[in-house]
Every structure is written in C-alpha cells, then in structure tokens.
Ligand binder design. Structure first.
Ligand SMILES: Nc1ncnc2c1ncn2[C@@H]1O[C@H](COP(=O)(O)OP(=O)(O)O)[C@@H](O)[C@H]1O
Ligand SMILES: [Mg+2]
Length: 371
C-alpha cells in the first residue's frame, strides 16, 4: 500500500503592481508577431505598432489591443517618431496628464523594459545619471569594471534601450547637465577606468516634467536643444475623461481585488463633472462663473477619489458606490488651502450643487463632510 503524498503547493506572492511589459506581455507578443513594418535598430516593434499598443486597436488575427492613452493620436506619433531619431523626448504637462504612464508604456513597447528609471528629485546625485561605485570592492580592488555600478542610463546605453528620467526639472541644474554629453555625443566617459561607454543603436531617453515646476530649475538651453517636447493636454471632453477614469478605476479595482461594484458610472460622471467645472471655472452649461481652487484637480486625482470610494462602499457600505462614498475624497482634492479653497468649495456647493435637483443626495453628502 502506498500513501499518497501531497506536495504542499505554495502560490507565489502576487505582485501589487506588475510593470507594463509584464501586465501587457500578451498584447506585446501579439503585436510583435504580426508586425511586418520596419523596426528601428533594436526596437521590439515598429513605430506603427508602438502607437497601436498605446492607443489600442484590433489586429488582423482579431487580437484586441487595449487603449492605454486616451488623447490625440498625433501626439503619440510625434513622441514615437522622436524616439526613432537622435533627439530625446520630453513629456511636459500639468500633474496627472499621464506623462509617467505614457513614458512607462513607450519604453515597455519599444525596449520591453520600463525599469531603466531615474527618479528626479532635488537630491538626485550625478551617480544616478552616470555611474557609482560599490565601495567595498572599490576599496579592495581599486577602480575596476567590477566595482563600477552603472546607472539606469548607462545600462540603457550599453543595451540600446530606452532610459527614463522622471521629473527632470526637479534635478539640480549641474546634475541635469550630466545628460548633455550623453545626449549629444551618445557617450559616457569613465575617466577612472580610462574607458567610455558608447551608446548602442536603439538607445534614447524619455524625460517627464511638470510645467508647474518650471522655473524651479529651468532646463538649460544646451539641454533643451537635445529634446523634442510633447505637451500632454488635459482630457479634451468630459466623455474622454469619464472613459479614462472608468477604465483605470476598473483596472485598479481588479488589481486590488475589490469586489466589483455595479453602476458606478453615474458617480464617476459626477466626480468628473465637479472636477472639470471647478478646474475650468464655469459650469458645464456655461451659465455660472466659478472660482477655481488652488489644487490641480487632475484626472489622476479623480481616479483615486473613485477608487477610494469603491473601497469604502465595498467594505463599509452596501456595495454600491454612493455619493457619500466619494464626497470626502472630493473634498480632500478640492480643499488644499484650508481657508481660500473652502470658500470656493462652499460657493460651488450652494450656487451649483444645491440647485441641481438630481444631485440632492450628493449635496447632502457634501454638506455632511464639509461641516
Ligand atoms: N489621457 C489619458 N489617457 C489615459 N490615462 C490617463 C490620461 N490622463 C490621465 N490618465 C491616468 O492618470 C493617471 C496618472 O497619470 P500620471 O502618468 O501619473 O500623471 P503625470 O505623470 O502626468 O503626473 C494614470 O493612471 C493614467 O492612467
Ligand atoms: Mg509623473
């Protein structure tokens, strides 16, 4: 008689947030398999296929590519075409216009790697852009190739991939300037070793910057000349913005394994309407002028207001997204300055929200949290 042996199966921990190239691996594979157009050196896809990956579409064999970016096709064409030249790409725009998102998806589609990333802050050192050293090895071996720690940019140069620099304008000007030689000469000298790393074909760089930061550390003109700038706009219409929020909320909800909430569409539309009206300073019908609050009220914030609302309704409510689930989140986004923004918000509540018959639940929920 043999005992049956049960092998314990441990499921691997699930990732909280897979990289774009992991999450959309099947789409990228399908695109690569069917893409017959010419590909720039070391690109995984042709520029046409990269734009299709970003904007979505249906391939000849019926594979559906989901849209990642919602906005003018031409902007994405300019961005992708730039990356096939010797100029780098600067994505500029107000916060929450998908600069980081587009940068991640572009590098995933072109290089299959979105992780060669430098996060720009006022404390970003030159080593983050050039290279650093493993100090234990540096002390025992002196400066050797083995003791050198390449930056993401150096790795991208060696392998002909896309490097990303987030929030370029927050980096101190002298550190930013380390990029000039890299982008103009396509080389990174390592004087300690008496060598240089020359960029392999396919190398390029995507930087993002918030135009609200402009002036903090203005890009030097020498550096600016190395970039083509693409300005990402706020969503043009309410329809677009509702579509973006609804899609992202659905993806985030699935990733967080929140129970699905039916009929969230109405509440999403209301959040977007409030954001757009306050942002633009007029009501949708154009009749009432409004003051705008100090915050950006970006699409990204609308996404997080709705996602938080879904978590509230799933765990503490009746499982349906209600006005009371989003009211506190909206308040938090609108009132950044406790005095001035509160005045703006109260005026909006009384002059606009209160007057809308079908918004009475929302008015009550907002009044309750506004105090
Ligand atoms: N036009 C758009 N198309 C698709 N998603 C968008 C768009 N605008 C904003 N988003 C969403 O907003 C979120 C935040 O964008 P992010 O890239 O972090 O903004 P930024 O870097 O410009 O501040 C992302 O989850 C993205 O999906
Ligand atoms: Mg960003």
């Amino acid at each position: 008689m043999t005992d049956s042996v049960t092998v314990p199966t441990t499921e691997p921990a699930k990732l909280m947030r897979p990289h774009a190239e992991q999450e959309y691996a099947l789409e990228l594979e399908a695109l690569a398999a069917q893409d017959t157009r010419p590909r720039p050196p070391s690109w995984n896809l042709s520029p046409w296929a990269v734009v299709t990956y970003l904007l979505g579409g249906t391939l000849d064999d019926g594979t559906v590519i989901s849209p990642k970016y919602v906005g003018p096709r031409r902007l994405m064409e300019v961005a992708v075409a730039t990356l096939a030249t010797d100029r780098a790409l600067l994505l500029l725009g107000v916060p929450g216009t998908a600069k980081t998102w587009v940068s991640e998806h572009l590098s995933a589609a072109i290089s299959g790697a979105s992780t060669l990333l430098v996060q720009g802050t006022s404390g970003t050192p030159e080593e983050a852009i050039r290279y650093g050293w493993n100090y234990a090895r540096l002390l025992s071996e002196g400066p050797t190739a083995g003791a050198l720690v390449p930056s993401p940019v150096m790795t991208a140069m060696e392998t002909g991939k896309i490097a990303r620099v987030e929030e370029l304008t927050r980096i101190p000007a002298d550190v930013q300037d380390a990029l000039i030689t890299i982008l103009s000469e396509k080389t990174l000298p390592v004087p300690e070793l008496g060598i240089e790393v020359q960029a392999a074909k396919g190398f390029n760089l995507i930087a993002t910057a918030n135009d609200r930061d402009r002036g903090v550390n203005d890009l030097s003109s020498a550096l600016r000349r190395r970039f083509n700038t693409v300005v990402l706009p706020l969503p043009a219409s309410e329809e677009d913005e509702v579509a973006i929020v609804a899609r992202r909320v659905e993806q985030l909800g699935a990733a967080l394994e929140l129970p699905t909430t039916p009929a969230a569409a109405e509440e999403i539309r209301r959040v977007v309407t409030v954001f757009r009206e306050l942002r633009s300073g007029t009501t949708t019908d154009g009749r009432t002028k409004l003051k705008s609050p100090s915050g950006t009220l970006s699409t990204a914030e609308a996404i997080s207001v709705v996602t938080n609302g879904l978590a509230l309704s799933a765990h503490f409510g009746d499982g349906v997204l209600r006005a009371s689930d989003v009211a506190a989140g909206i308040l938090g986004s609108v009132i950044k300055d406790p005095v001035a923004d509160k005045v703006v918000w109260n005026e909006y509540l009384e002059a606009v929200v209160r007057e809308r018959g079908e918004w009475s639940d929302f008015y009550r929920a907002c009044r309750e949290v506004t105090g």
